[in-house]
Write a protein that binds this ligand. Structure first.
Ligand SMILES: *[C@@H]1O[C@H](CO)[C@@H](O)[C@H](O)[C@H]1NC(C)=O
Ligand SMILES: *[C@@H]1O[C@H](CO)[C@@H](O)[C@H](O)[C@H]1NC(C)=O
Ligand SMILES: *[C@@H]1O[C@H](CO)[C@@H](O)[C@H](O)[C@H]1NC(C)=O
Ligand SMILES: *[C@@H]1O[C@H](CO)[C@@H](O)[C@H](O)[C@H]1NC(C)=O
Ligand SMILES: *[C@@H]1O[C@H](CO)[C@@H](O)[C@H](O)[C@H]1NC(C)=O
Ligand SMILES: *[C@@H]1O[C@H](CO)[C@@H](O)[C@H](O)[C@H]1NC(C)=O
Ligand SMILES: *[C@@H]1O[C@H](CO)[C@@H](O)[C@H](O)[C@H]1NC(C)=O
Ligand SMILES: *[C@@H]1O[C@H](CO)[C@@H](O)[C@H](O)[C@H]1NC(C)=O
Ligand SMILES: *[C@@H]1O[C@H](CO)[C@@H](O)[C@H](O)[C@H]1NC(C)=O
Length: 814
């Protein structure tokens, strides 16, 4: 009796629950159909196709959603405009290849238009979330007859092209749902607008709402550069056949989607955080007032860092000054006085800006920069031009704007926006230059006269202050900023999973953007160190004193409860390993660039070992701890951390090893003995990795065993040292330069087995910079290869430097 009741309840639940029963198939063919309550599940189990009711509505729609995700997230809807009011909906595929959604066996509420004469048409849900009609006998997914990716709803998925087929004029764009309960198309859309030149545009009805700016190779000029994110990669393709935006996932377990939301008038990107099992917002557009189309009116420049946010471009003034003062920027700006084109107006360079509206744009992909400038200069109605040259996507060439310049936005970071040359006044700038010159001459005379006097004064002052300076130096508070926890959480989006740059040995690292636009990297230290806040502050101050162009700069720190955070300058190009071990990115690094990187690392390490006021042994030097700035200059990171944040000193006898497998010197790996010479060993490994483009650990050679250094050593003894050089350098004919062979030689000297035989960093820097005779290297310390490590018996003579001590501490006050 009771059992029966429960069975009844269970049945009711099954019947009335909105969830559909999954079929075990991803395909239906002509003889089959999909009724309400059933679902197709894609082969990999990522997506499901079936009937659902949105929000609090009882209407039934055919749609696609993420399979087995909490809270059904619908990504596509078929019958958006024609809801079904009962559960009689059935999906069928006809023998013509037409797909029909029928109600009560008769009325079609939705159908596809495309038909094709194939014998065996089938409807298949792919694991990408794309629904295909194809010939069941033809397994090539490229040969589809119809696909749902061509008819997007409000969601953009990886692999989906949003844009226009220029041959047919076919336009794929996202359209928002009316609201949570109603998937019918609202007026917010997202797609490509062509006009003078294409870009991505969010439209509200027929009005522009927010523009992306032109594609500039690594992103759009109006959107902050997010190339370095861990979630997705993207490109904007513009060729003679089509123009579209597309993205792909970097890690298949971290999903990402783009959604338009009418209620909020926004386009949001979400990323799936597998740890918390939630969708986290990665970004949104518009993100501020400056993202709203034409916020500052014609010829204005929108800058969130200025007050007022709207500024007139050079040579322009507000059209309605009174309204402008009360933050009504709609009138924009007008020329202060007419330009005089004949006298040759100069062009003023705007940096880090979003491109103006494409309405009055004219593009010539064939022109070079000289022709571009000349052409714009000649035509008095050409108000601005730029020249773009990039390889990713398409659209290199000359861009000219005629008439008013609308929708310019100012960025702060060098990695954002583009350069734009705008027409200015000839008449004013010339006398200015002359006046400047005159002033300069006068100034020079005065300076010359003063200089003698100053020299004398300086000399006196210096000798008087010499003693005093020494004390001051110690207390001098460097420009170390104490960040509020609120500032850090705001900058990193509350340590959003989407802003995570990576996981270091001491805790995760997040990218952050301060209110003024400055980008930072925040290292959130693991809570295990248990350090008091004063102790922490003192250690941080020590690290902050280490300043060198080849070290990552510490900007400040933050303490919050038992949380400790370090704030560093942000490095747009990430780490060395992401370049040298990457099949395509390694090509950015030709030999001269690689040599510069090697020398930079050597100088940074030398500074840590000898030139800084503290002696620092890095203990974990590796390719992923060398970051690259925008000019690809190397900067060592994570220095001073081993002692400071692991608390080794309190565990004198266990003395945990901090380094990374594959980079550790043998005496360190086996006996825990570290010294400047174990760093030299790690440097040698990095050097050989940079030359070979291969990892020491995980090195694989078709017919030989052993790691990279073993391979390098074997080639050396065989008289073919250049055999380890990166094939890419070989192909481009960049080798074998004597400099390169010399570097391999130096690398082998650094990885010699006995620490005393390895040169110290000062010697390494000298060797890199000269052509002096080098010692022959002795056998390297082969690690991880079952060779017994021979303990150091007699301190041999390296002959290259005086300091040879093995030390058990990393930080020694000098
Ligand atoms: C459902 O829709 C059909 C037509 O599509 C209509 O004839 C019918 O009355 C509707 N039923 C209800 C309960 O609204
Ligand atoms: C639909 O048609 C099939 C056969 O053509 C029939 O068996 C079924 O009862 C019909 N269903 C409805 C709801 O009319
Ligand atoms: C089918 O074609 C008509 C007219 O060409 C068009 O209005 C309709 O949107 C198309 N339907 C689909 C699902 O593509
Ligand atoms: C296509 O497949 C169907 C069913 O599997 C089969 O009957 C038919 O002969 C095939 N046609 C061709 C051209 O292979
Ligand atoms: C749009 O955003 C609002 C507010 O966050 C939310 O309540 C609503 O469900 C969203 N609409 C859709 C269609 O997702
Ligand atoms: C992909 O993401 C998962 C979950 O965050 C992570 O565990 C895994 O290491 C990542 N894989 C790669 C190759 O980064
Ligand atoms: C699902 O919905 C619940 C309640 O609305 C919410 O708390 C939870 O965060 C949602 N989960 C996801 C993955 O969105
Ligand atoms: C300047 O450019 C405009 C717009 O492209 C064009 O109509 C006009 O003919 C050009 N004038 C000259 C002198 O080239
Ligand atoms: C574009 O840049 C590439 C390399 O950066 C250069 O070789 C090429 O000459 C440039 N093209 C033009 C037209 O300036």
């Amino acid at each position: 009796m009771e059992m029966g009741f429960y069975f009844y309840v269970l049945c009711c639940f099954l019947i009335f629950s909105k969830a559909s029963t999954a079929t075990d198939s991803d395909t239906i063919s002509v003889s089959e159909s999909l009724a309400d309550g059933m679902a197709l599940v894609s082969n990999g189990g990522s997506f499901a196709l079936g009937f659902f009711s949105p929000g609090s509505s009882n209407n039934r729609y055919l749609g696609i959603w993420y399979h087995n995700h909490p809270n059904q997230t619908v990504v596509w809807v078929a019958n958006r405009m024609n809801p079904i009011n009962d559960s009689t909906g059935v999906l069928k595929i006809e023998s013509s290849g037409r797909v029909v959604l029928q109600v009560q066996n008769t009325t079609a509420v939705w159908s596809t238009n495309t038909t094709a004469s194939v014998e065996n048409p089938v409807l298949q849900l792919l694991d990408s979330g794309n629904l295909l009609v194809r010939d069941g006998n033809d397994s090539n997914p490229e040969n589809y007859i119809w696909q749902s990716f061509d008819y997007p709803s409000d969601t953009m998925l990886p692999g989906m092209k949003i844009g226009i087929d220029l041959r047919t004029g076919f336009d794929r764009r996202l359209t928002a749902w009316k609201n949570w309960d109603d998937p019918s198309p609202a007026d917010l859309t997202y797609g490509v607008e062509l006009e003078g030149g294409p870009e991505m545009v969010i439209m509200k009805g027929s009005d522009k709402y927010s523009l992306s700016g032109l594609w500039i190779g690594n992103g759009f000029s109006g959107i902050r550069n997010v190339r370095d994110n861990l979630i997705y990669d993207y490109v904007f393709v513009w060729n003679e056949n089509e123009v579209y935006y597309i993205f792909s996932l970097k890690n298949k377990s971290v999903l990402s989607r783009v959604v338009l939301n009418q209620t909020e008038s926004v386009r949001k990107r979400y990323a799936w955080n597998p740890e918390t099992q939630t969708w986290e917002m990665f970004s949104k557009r518009p993100s501020d007032d400056c993202d709203l189309y034409g916020h500052c009116g014609p010829n204005g420049n929108c800058d969130n860092n200025e007050l007022p946010v709207c500024q007139c471009l050079t040579a322009f003034t507000p059209k309605w000054p009174e309204r402008w003062k009360s933050s009504d920027y709609s009138g924009g700006c007008v020329l202060s006085k007419p330009l005089n084109c004949q006298s040759g107006d100069p062009f003023i360079t705007l940096r880090r800006v979003k491109s103006p509206d494409i309405k009055n744009l004219w593009v010539n992909k064939a022109m070079n920069i000289k022709e571009c400038e000349a052409q714009c200069r000649r035509n008095c109605s050409c108000m601005a031009y730029t020249y773009l040259n990039f390889t990713k996507g398409g659209g290199s060439g000359c861009y000219m704007w005629f008439g008013d310049l609308v929708d310019i936005k100012q960025f702060q970071s060098d990695s954002d926006g583009m350069e734009l040359y705008i027409r200015g006044y000839a008449s004013e700038t010339e006398p200015k230059e002359k006046a400047k010159l005159k002033a300069a001459i006068i100034l020079a005379t005065v300076i010359a006269a003063l200089l003698g006097f100053l020299l004398v004064v300086c000399y006196i002052l210096r000798s008087r202050r010499k003693l005093k300076a020494k004390d001051e130096d110690e207390d001098e508070d460097l420009e170390l900023v104490v960040f509020e926890f609120g500032t850090i959480t705001k900058a990193t989006g509350t340590f959003s999973f989407c802003n995570k740059l990576g996981q270091g040995g001491f805790g995760p690292v997040y990218k952050g953007t301060l209110a003024n636009g400055q980008e930072i990297a925040v290292k959130r230290l693991s809570k295990s160190s248990g350090q008091g806040s004063n102790e922490f502050k003192n250690e941080v101050k020590l690290i902050a004193k280490l300043q060198h162009r080849n070290l990552v700069r510490l900007l400040g720190y933050c303490i919050h409860g038992d949380e400790r955070m370090l704030v560093y300058e942000y490095m747009p190009n990430r780490s060395l390993d992401s370049f040298i071990f990457d099949q395509t990115k390694r090509k950015v690094l030709n030999w001269s660039k690689r040599f510069q990187i090697i020398c930079g690392i050597a100088r940074g390490l030398l500074y840590l070992h000898q030139d800084s006021r503290l002696r620092i042994i890095h203990r974990d030097l590796k390719a992923s701890n060398v970051l690259l700035d925008s000019e690809m200059n190397p900067k060592i990171s994570d220095f001073g951390m081993a002692k400071t944040f692991r608390g080794d000193q309190t565990e004198a006898n266990t003395n945990r090893v901090v380094g990374t497998y594959g980079y550790m010197a043998p005496e360190y790996a086996t006996d825990g003995l570290f010294s400047v010479k174990s760093d030299v060993f790690s440097f040698g490994i990095v050097l050989l990795e940079v030359i070979s483009g291969r990892k020491n650990r995980g090195f694989y050679h078709a017919n030989r065993s052993g790691n990279l250094i073993e391979h390098a050593w074997r080639l050396w003894t065989e008289g073919n040292p250049s055999g380890i050089v990166d094939e890419f350098l070989v192909e481009t004919g960049d080798q074998p330069e004597p400099e390169l062979l010399r570097c391999i030689h130096i690398g082998l000297l650094c990885v010699q087995q006995h620490p005393e035989e390895r040169p110290c960093m000062s010697a390494v820097v000298l060797m890199l910079g000269s052509r002096s005779e080098l010692h022959s290297p002795k056998q390297p310390g082969f690690l991880f290869h079952n060779k017994p490590f021979v303990p150091v018996s007699s301190p041999g003579n390296g002959g290259l430097c005086s300091r040879n001590e093995l030390s058990l501490s990393t930080l020694e006050a000098r």
